[in-house]
Structures are given as structure tokens and as C-alpha cells.
Write a protein that binds this ligand. Structure first.
Ligand SMILES: [Ca+2]
Length: 130
């Protein structure tokens, strides 16, 4: 009895259009190599484009400048911040903790759990301008 060798199957790797290492099926941004996962607020809304980002606390609304005790803060949404810990560089972690100080309406909109709020806190000049 002779065995016909099974031909090696040819494998086509799953498509990864932006070549960021995450296949398109799992990539929320299949055309953007700098992003792969869509972050969301507690409300379920997608995180505002360009956020989260690290900003200098001194650039914020003066009420935040007096409140946040770290030299840098993480802007989680326009007008909402949390103190930045240089030991925690994955900014998604700050969103997951869902604590932020800043504008009352924005905090309510995205359902932040903890933090202080003031009316009329605007995004700082360091943030993406609408
Ligand atoms: Ca991507």
C-alpha cells in the first residue's frame, strides 16, 4: 500500500491591512496602525477622538490646577481629568478606573463614577480642538 503524501495546505494569513499585528477581524481600526482598540466610557460611548492624552496640569482651568496635585494630568474627555502617575503609562487604565474631575455636564454625559465637578470647565489648549 502506497501512501500518497498529503499536500501541505497553503495557509493564507488573515488580513491585517494596517500591519499593526492585529488581524482586521479583531482590529477596531483596521486602517490605522496606531490604534487597535476602541476605548469606551462607562456610558458605552466611544472615547472622544484624540483622548486620553497627558497634559500639563498648569494648562488646565484654574479650578483643576488647584485641585489636581500632580504636575501632569490625563485628559479623559474634554474638560475631565485625573492626576497622571508616571508609573502608569497605559492611559486606558485611567479610563477603566472611571474617576475624573472636571466639567459636570461632561462627567454626567459619560457616566464617570468618582471625582469632583464644576460647571463650565472647558478643554485646555493642549487638547484636540473641536
Ligand atoms: Ca489598527
Amino acid at each position: 500500500m502506497t501512501e500518497t503524501p498529503t499536500p501541505e495546505p497553503t495557509r493564507t494569513p488573515p488580513p491585517d491591512a494596517d500591519a499593526d499585528g492585529l488581524i482586521d477581524l479583531l482590529d477596531d481600526f483596521p486602517q490605522d496602525p496606531s490604534r487597535s482598540k476602541q476605548l469606551r466610557y462607562a456610558s458605552g460611548a466611544p472615547v472622544v477622538e484624540g483622548y486620553p492624552l497627558v497634559v500639563d496640569t498648569a494648562q488646565l482651568d484654574e479650578r483643576l490646577v488647584n485641585w489636581i496635585k500632580t504636575p501632569q494630568a490625563v485628559a479623559l474627555a474634554p474638560g475631565v481629568y485625573v492626576g497622571y502617575n508616571p508609573a502608569v503609562t497605559d492611559l486606558a487604565t485611567y479610563l477603566e478606573s472611571n474617576v475624573g474631575d472636571g466639567d459636570c455636564a461632561v462627567r454626567d454625559l459619560y457616566e464617570f463614577g468618582g471625582g469632583a465637578c464644576w460647571d463650565g470647565v472647558l478643554a485646555s489648549p493642549a487638547e484636540p480642538q473641536p
